[in-house]
Unconditional design. Structure first.
Length: 214
């Protein structure tokens, strides 16, 4: 897996991790998601406090630098944290997706997760949209992207709209066994921190007992 970053986006670091799993059940009982989510969100008394977190502020600042309103296109960890702090339940999808979402809010890092077998190419590129791309977001309708939005593409197909949503075309489902997790930082973020967030995802999968030992 190789990732090329266009010149205008070189300040945004990304880190990738490829994993093999033996199964991907609907629920993982080995990790108490509600307990872990409660521990992570306990430091926020309201959704407004989340915006004061340094990492959330930096993601927002990065979005503004590309003329994207972060109150309309929220960074994915902020969006999930807000949902949980408002008292809504953790969105359960399947073991792998749940664990990556848990790692994402713990490290306040946008982490995309993809089924490697569905990717057209393993050479990816982080660049700016040209205004011709069509995006198929998870949980949403297809849309043509405006010019100048940071996107990750495989070939000519958008797999991620930075730093908020993945494409449903490459979604991880119960049949997925080969995974690619990509941590997307903000401008000036530390690559070591991004790698730590991916390691946490790997640890959670190991706790669930579905990580394939290589």
């Amino acid at each position: 897996m190789t990732i090329r970053i266009e010149n205008k986006l070189t300040q945004i670091p990304v880190e990738a991790l490829e994993l093999e799993i033996t199964s991907n059940s609907e629920y993982c009982d080995a990790v108490n998601i509600e307990e872990e989510a409660s521990r992570i969100t306990s430091k926020y008394s309201s959704p407004e406090e989340i915006t004061g977190d340094p990492r959330v502020r930096e993601y927002r600042r990065t979005l503004w630098s590309y003329r994207i309103d972060p109150t309309k296109t929220r960074p994915s960890p902020e969006a999930l944290l807000r949902r949980l702090v408002r008292g809504k339940s953790f969105p359960r999808v399947n073991c792998a997706v749940d664990m990556v979402n848990l790692a994402s809010i713990e490290y306040i890092t946008c982490i995309g997760l993809y089924d490697r077998r569905k990717l057209p190419l393993t050479d990816l590129k982080l660049g700016l949209s040209t205004g011709h791309e069509v995006f198929y977001p998870l949980g949403g309708s297809e849309k043509r992207l405006p010019q100048g939005q940071p996107i990750m593409v495989s070939g000519k197909i958008v797999i991620h709209l930075y730093p908020s949503r993945d494409s449903r075309l490459f979604a991880v489902d119960k049949s997925s066994r080969s995974l690619v997790a990509i941590a997307y930082g903000y401008k000036g973020d530390e690559t070591t921190y991004l790698r730590d967030s991916l390691k946490r995802f790997e640890e959670l999968l190991s706790l669930c007992g579905c990580l394939k030992e290589l």
